[in-house]
Design a protein around this ligand. Structure first.
Ligand code: PLP
Length: 398
């Protein structure tokens, strides 16, 4: 074994990517595959974004750019935040290589060895990896389907110790698609107000994808007193259909935003200029298309819930955001498929893939076994056909 660092060796590959790769390999072999694994939004950016990128390349200045981000990007993001009711100066903002890079840098910036980060399970699978490599310890209150996968104020209070450094909140949630009500957010905010030494990272990247007329409620709006320790993480990946452009943004107290910029200057220098130009166009351009995308996701969410309801013992809390549902399939764990006992959610997901070509991600990848995640960011036809195949598979589990 090469002499790698223990921290790096502890890092596990993303199970989501692993399942997606298995599905891809089957597709390559000519099998019909219904890929419900990846959280990619399944639409391309608007034309004005490509125009901005082309224009940038025509006048490429052939240089590095400011580590915090170009003036244009910071201004465009500041204004986009303002439209959503968040007031920040541009020196309280910083760009990053996607929200992933923003989060990893934040954990490095805030955590000392052994500091605790509280966030509910199920959670997005990259959180623990980027916390642990920064020396942090994950504290994950279990929030199962009986509580709609949502963290209660009581659970938050009980998870806080003198070592708690960060509360990490993702709303709407990946992997569950759950959206917190104003009251639920306020209850969590009230707990946090009692603990003034805890930083709050609010991963808001799915904020525009909310259904059933529900609204996005933010801790800063329910509990404005939290602002001096609030860190907002944003991204162009999901809302503008730009995951490959790799632009994320942070809004935070000035000293922290400046530290993030210093980290950029040493670790990446800056986000590629062409990507910043495209992100500037995304934040500052016409936002009306968002409603069209939102309603098309809501239509697909309706299809998934309707089809999953036909699987008798599966429990699927009503997801109202992002593009994921997270059914509880625990009633089927330990059942057999054509004589083979499926002991875990992983075994069940692998069998489902092998037998039907339907690719999902086991809940254990998100800290909650006995569940699976379906991303419905795919065409309606594929969604319907895949879900029908899933129904057939579950009906054969005895
Ligand atoms: N946070 C959550 C909850 C996510 O689901 C993802 C991506 O799937 C990210 C952050 C990272 O997003 P980005 O593409 O901006 O790195």
């Amino acid at each position: 074994m090469p002499n790698f660092s223990q921290r790096a060796l502890n890092m596990k590959p993303s199970p989501i990517v692993e399942m997606a790769q298995k599905a891809k390999a089957m597709k390559k072999n000519g099998q019909d595959v219904f890929d419900f694994t990846l959280g990619i939004p399944n639409f391309l950016p608007e034309t004005h974004i490509y125009e901005a990128a082309k224009k940038f390349l025509e006048h490429d200045p052939g240089t590095y750019f400011p580590p915090r981000g170009t003036e244009e990007l910071l201004f465009a993001f500041q204004q986009a935040m303002k439209a959503d009711g968040f007031n920040y100066d541009t020196d309280q903002l910083c760009s990053s290589i996607g929200a992933k890079n923003a989060l990893s840098n934040l954990f490095i910036a805030l955590l000392n060895e052994g500091d605790e980060v509280v966030f509910p399970a199920p959670y997005w699978s990259s959180y623990p990896e980027s916390i642990e490599i920064a020396g942090g310890v994950c504290i994950n209150p279990i929030c199962d389907s009986s509580q709609n996968y949502k963290l209660s104020a009581e659970q938050l209070e009980n998870s806080i110790t003198e070592k708690t450094k960060i509360f990490l909140f993702n709303n709407p949630s990946n992997p569950t698609g759950m959206v917190y009500s104003q009251e639920e957010v306020k209850d969590l905010g009230n707990v946090l107000e009692k603990h003034p030494n805890i930083w709050i990272i609010s991963d808001d990247i799915y904020d525009k994808l909310i259904y059933d007329g529900e609204k996005f409620h933010h801790l800063l709006h329910t509990n404005p007193n939290l602002k001096d320790r609030m860190i907002i993480v944003q991204s162009i990946s999901k809302k503008y259909g730009m995951p490959g452009w790799r632009v994320g943004m942070v809004a935070a107290p000035k000293e922290l935003a400046t530290l993030m910029s210093t980290m950029n200057s040493n670790m990446i220098m800056d986000v590629p200029g062409v990507c910043m130009a495209a992100a500037t166009a995304a934040f500052s351009g016409d936002q009306t298309f968002l409603e069209e995308k939102r309603s098309s996701f809501q239509r697909r969410r309706d299809i998934v819930l309707e089809e999953l309801a036909k699987i008798e013992k599966l429990i699927c809390p009503r997801a109202q955001g992002a593009f994921f549902v997270f059914p509880d399939i625990s009633a089927y764990i330990g059942k057999s498929y054509q004589g083979e006992i499926l002991e875990t959610d992983l075994q069940l997901c692998l069998k489902l893939l092998e037998e039907t070509g339907v690719a999902t991600v086991p809940g254990s990848a998100f800290g909650m076994g006995g569940c699976l995640r379906i991303s419905y960011a795919c065409p309606d036809d594929a969604l319907k056909e895949g879900l029908e195949k899933m129904q057939g598979f579950f009906s054969k589990l005895v």
